[in-house]
Write a protein that binds this ligand. Structure first.
Ligand SMILES: Cc1cc2nc3c(=O)[nH]c(=O)nc-3n(C[C@H](O)[C@H](O)[C@H](O)COP(=O)(O)O)c2cc1C
Length: 168
């Protein structure tokens, strides 16, 4: 898909078909995340690919909306702050790096005709427990990955003038 068209086409999908995601498409999407830039190229993130069938109940502890487990796959991106670059004032960029990787993944999914939805309102405690995350992995965001069963909505965004300040 042409890039501007892709940015317009991606939307938060909140209903999914249970049609399986082709291995080849999954690989392309994960590869897009792998190519994401990270501060000092530290790549301080992990991507968990969770196959939904049979795990619906425990996954619903992490995020309770029913559409969370409709898709055949749920993806979780974790940051590893200990491995990440920090600025001199101490600001750690692990979450920024993990977020860029997730955004690459989400845009690549849209490019393959697949739906996703950023999820931050999950329970980190349940995510740690259900996914048996090592202590130094920080779950940053989840998304289902599957074919959409809903329709895109009109994008509601602030005008550029409100978002951009051109410095003289
Ligand atoms: C960091 C982040 C966290 C989000 N968390 C949630 C969430 O927990 N649940 C949800 O339904 N949508 C979540 N969203 C989706 C936003 O509501 C959505 O992106 C926004 O309303 C714009 O709509 P669009 O994605 O369809 O363009 C999140 C989006 C981002 C970027």
């Amino acid at each position: 898909m042409e890039f501007t068209q892709l940015l317009t086409a991606r939307y938060s999908v909140r209903a999914y078909k249970n049609t399986p995601v082709e291995e080849e498409k999954l690989h392309k999407i994960l590869e897009a995340a792998r190519l994401a830039p990270t501060a000092a190229n530290r790549q301080p993130f992990k991507i968990l690919v969770i196959y939904t069938p049979g795990r619906e109940e425990e996954l619903q502890r992490i995020y309770s909306r029913n559409w969370f487990v409709q898709a055949p796959i749920v993806i979780c991106v974790c940051s590893i702050p200990h491995d990440a670059w920090s600025r001199r004032d101490g600001k750690n960029y692990a979450d920024v790096d993990a977020t860029i990787a997730m955004d690459h993944l989400i845009l690549a999914a849209a490019n393959e005709g697949l739906g996703t939805c950023w999820i931050a309102a999950f329970s980190p405690e349940d995510a740690r427990d259900v996914l048996q995350l090592p202590d130094n992995w920080e779950p940053v965001a989840f998304t289902p990955l599957g074919y959409p069963a809903d329709e895109p909505r009109t994008k509601n965004r602030k005008p550029l003038e409100e978002l951009v300040r051109f410095e003289k």
